[in-house]
Design a protein around this ligand. Sequence first.
Ligand SMILES: *Cc1c(COP(=O)(O)O)cnc(C)c1O
Length: 377
Amino acid sequence: MRDSFLPFSPPYIDEEDRRALDEVLRSGWISTGPKTSMFEQEFLKATSGESALALNSCTAGLHLALRVLEIGPGDEVITTPMTFCASANVIEHVGATTCFVDVDPATLLIDPRKIEARITEKTKAIIPVHYAGQLCDMGRINKIASDNGLHVIEDGAHLMPADLKGNKNLVAFSFYANKNITTGEGGMLVGPEDLIKRARVLSLHGMNKDAWKRYDKSGSWKYDVVIPGYKYNMTDLQAAMGLTQLKKLDHFYEHRKEAFIYFTEALRGVEGVEPIKTDFEKSSFHLFVVRIKKEILGLNRDEFVESMKKKNIGVSVHYQSLHTSSYYSQKYGSQKENLSHAGQAGEEVVSLPISPSYSKKDYDDIIFSLRSVVSLR
Ligand SMILES: *Cc1c(COP(=O)(O)O)cnc(C)c1O
């Protein structure tokens, strides 16, 4: 057994990131400024997106997306329950109604066939989540949206890399500590220029000029408040790290892909530990998700997580299906029948840890521990 605990998916941070942060600290400007602009531009180059707004989180991006599309009370928004709570919480924040649609049991991505059945005259938008780094069937989802006059807001928190060429939706990315690239906390909203322009005003108090321009020598202290906005801006400290993380993206991607290949091979023939279906051509390999089959192993997911911890391996759960949480089940009822695939997956899924900071030995330890945990039964 390992003698030290392997934490779940820590960020990979190197000298390049530290130097970039130090440079900003010494520059005299640590809030939103030139680095933030540069990060937006580089992010667009990396994704072929149209327009970008750097924010302090992906949650902020999703919230602003709903606001600029003017979605609010009386409106319904469709999303998946197999996601982080933020994807649905933002729907509640704007006073709209959250409509959960069940997932495909093989991929755990929102099932497009079931989206259509959930559309009413109140439906305004769909928030598909690219769960675990797999791409939702956007051809189908965009078609359903255009046929029914709906907006699409993509939760891309698990993406990077991403290809946004020709994409007309708003897409929100996360740079939280364990995401594919990180700025500690941070996010990016990408989409059509007119919508991003409006989101930019809302992201900084609804002021018509940002601080960077006001404090510049050529700037004026004068500003107007055109709408009561939020405090969602990214800082140059975060952006500097975003820039250096972006430079390492190819390396991160290769590392994650290799980890997926390694886990897939190593688990072949391990009964009762079933990886979800992954398209290796399209994934950004964020989470390696397996289902723990209690009927085969004699141990459930929660016991598996505890046993792995005892072996000094930190695994995680993405996610307990959101419709089973207190808030959503009290507000919308149990929805057990309609969301049966998500409900079952929510009790079985475990994410094995992946990080570009892990060594080959770390991966061997994960598999060795997993094998001993499941064969003890
Ligand atoms: C992490 C995550 C978010 C929220 O990202 P933040 O940057 O922490 O706000 C939203 N959706 C999904 C699917 C996530 O995993």
